[in-house]
Structure formats: C-alpha cells, structure tokens
Design a protein. Structure first.
Length: 212
C-alpha cells in the first residue's frame, strides 16, 4: 500500500542507527507522518493506521493528525532486516540523515493481519520512503568545537566527627523495684532438757472501789 503526500517528522531512518529507546533488543527505523486534510486522515484510518488528532500549544499553529510508522531492524526470529529504502522523485537514493522536519513525500507499507492473545488487527510495516519535497536537515553543531582548558577548583568538605549512635529514645530515669519484706526469723528452739523460762506473774488490776 502507498500513501501519498505525507508530511514527514522525526525521521529515524539511518540504516546504522535504528531507534533503541523503546526496545534495545529489536530497535526500529521510524517515521511520523502528518496531515491537515480530513480526507487524507480518513484514508489513513481506512488503511488501519492508528491516527491521533493533535492541537498544538503554540499560538497560530493549526491542528493536525499524525500516525507513527516503523520497521524493526531485527525479526522475531533474530534475523536482521533490510533498512527502509529512501529515494527521491527520480527514484534515486537519498541520504536519510538529510531529511528535515516538514519534508513531504510518499510511503510504501507492507500490511498483514495478526491475532494475539489480547488483541488482533492489521499491522503496518514501513518499507520505503519517496521524497517529493526535500527540506534538507543540516547539523549546525560544529564537530571541531571543544572546551577551553580552564582551571578546576576542588573543594573538599571537612569530615564531621562521627556522633554516637542515637537509638531515638530519651534517657529514662531508673525504675525503683520494690523489695519484698524479709520473712521474720523463727524463735529459737530451746535445747532438749533445758528448763523453760518461768512465766512472769502479772499483777491483778487495781480495784477501782479502793480509790473512793
């Protein structure tokens, strides 16, 4: 299937550098296509693409629809896949590293039905890209740009004395444990044969009548 007049954004089509951000084991070549046309959006939806409406935050930007396309660089069986073909209107090769955002062109997809445990549907694989309006991406970073040699100030903080470990509990006063009264010593038992001490005589109480 071929989709025409797509606006290209965020191409990651360099053969040696598929995108590894989401899957390091099976990285993908990727391309986002956009359109401002409702009819074209309908064509994409009829082609079983996942189309998302976007309202930009920037003032003056028009709403658009987008769909993300990709091709894995490694198959499910571990085999390496051919990269996405990139050509111009004369079918001549184009360096994918030079595709800038806003370029326009056509994409060719390979589609197949799949059925998984949780869902089924139609998968789309990006096979080739034909550029009809090439906005050339120029890397403005100077590869020869380097840092100047400058002085480095090193500050080593003082190491504080290691405080005693605090278990988090306040020191509590000692608890006084009551001591039980010692049992009274039993009276001494007199030796066998010893005479018992005489019982002292108690004087009878005074007769109160004698005081009258």
């Amino acid at each position: 299937m071929i989709l025409n007049n797509c606006i290209f954004f965020y191409p990651k089509l360099i053969p040696e550098y598929p995108n590894r951000d989401f899957d390091k084991e099976r990285p993908s070549w990727e391309l986002q296509i956009r359109t401002y046309d409702k009819e074209q959006k309908k064509i994409w939806e009829d082609a079983n693409l996942t189309v998302t409406a976007v309202i930009p935050d920037e003032e003056g930007e028009l709403p658009y629809w987008r769909a993300n396309l990709r091709k894995r660089s490694v198959g499910s069986d571990g085999s390496e896949k051919a990269p996405v073909e990139v050509i111009d209107g004369h079918k001549q090769p184009v360096n994918p590293a030079t595709i800038g955002n806003g370029s326009v062109g056509n994409v060719r997809l390979f589609q197949y039905e799949y059925e998984g445990k949780s869902k089924s549907g139609v998968a789309s694989v990006l096979m080739s890209v034909q550029i009809t309006k090439h906005i050339v991406y120029i890397n403005t970073r100077n590869p020869d740009e380097e840092f100047d040699e400058v002085q480095t100030e090193v500050i080593t903080p003082a190491v504080p004395t290691q405080p005693e470990e605090d278990d988090g509990y306040d020191d509590a006063p000692p608890v006084k444990v009551p001591v039980a009264d010692a049992p009274a010593e039993p009276a001494a038992t007199p030796p066998v044969g010893a005479k018992a001490a005489p019982t002292p005589k108690v004087a009878p109480p005074a007769n109160p009548e004698e005081e009258l």
